[in-house]
Ligand binder design. Sequence first.
Ligand code: KG4
Ligand code: ZN
Length: 359
Amino acid sequence: MRVLGIETSCDETSAAVVSGTPTAMVIESLVILSQDVHRLFGGVVPEIASRQHLTGIVPAVDAALHDAGVVAGDLDAIAVTYAPGLVGALLVGTSYAKAFAYAHDVPVVPVHHLEGHLFATLLEHEQAAPPFTALLVSGGHTLLLDVPAWGRYTLLGQTRDDAAGEAFDKVAKLLGLPYPGGRPIEQLAAMADRPEHGHAHYFARPMLRRRAVVTDEDYYDCSFSGLKTAVLHAVRKAEQAGTLEQDRASIARGFQDAVIDTLGEKVYRAAKAHRRGRVVLGGGVACNGALQQAIRDRFAGRGGVVFAPSPRLATDNAAMIAAAGLFRAAQGERGAPTFTAVASMPLPGLVADRHAAAD
Ligand code: KG4
Ligand code: ZN
């Protein structure tokens, strides 16, 4: 099969062509137009995002088809993100995909953005296939899943407040770093070992207790808003003491370590309880090298293999949407002509497991 993917849920206008079978897929082309304009505002401005998708979508699709050396008639399906995301942004992608599908008589398959993030890793690692434990960490979501098969997702835990990426972005703002803040925080945190960067900062790990048991309500959940407040206090204290400049790296490191410890422990608990030998990381925060290393270290010697996407596929892109769409199209799925953009929607096939650890 050959599938054109379209992604416009947030601030990347992206189109890609992916071909193959659900177990062996190849990226034939991938175009990502990142909307840098939002940096000026320190966050995504929905109305501006929609307008930029409108101007970007036609050139993005044309370039993806051109790079792949194909024309519309060579496509077996069009996959498009329909949820969740900014509804005006999603509408540009879904309207375009439906019109394109109608004009060229190709079936269109609506794809859930988070299912796309799960498939991203498969595009680079053929073994990143179910069964596995998944940690989805993006700007809008933090989900811990058990995945016995594609399309079957058991929700083990999630954030009670801010998403992991959102916490990175907010802490970056407090430290005067640009948006999006994940990568700048990672870079700043890497400098914290140098002696000129003041005293090490330690922040309490949210929802990590020593004697946690699986019946605890928060055994698999996380929370990052208290951590963000703790960082705010540390920044204010350093400002008052006149040491902020030298403390910035240490604060960034303290924050990142707290997030990594929490996510690492939760994903380890989930993989152990469900006896999964594979862990798949997905979403923008998954390209954090320190997070990947910490999770790999945790599983080292315990028989667990950790798969993470490269930065280009970890952050929003249309190749992952094409991949999830190819899987669904191969199962005969087709979007109803009435499908439309939805701002908020759970993963298809998601079940909450009340006996999460007893599987
Ligand atoms: O998956 P994504 O591209 O968009 C959403 O679906 O939300 O994720 C974007 C998020 C942003 O919050 C960004 O700060 C974060 O991913 N991010 C990172 C890193 N690179 C991107 N967070 C931590 N470390 C990174 N290296
Ligand atoms: Zn995303």
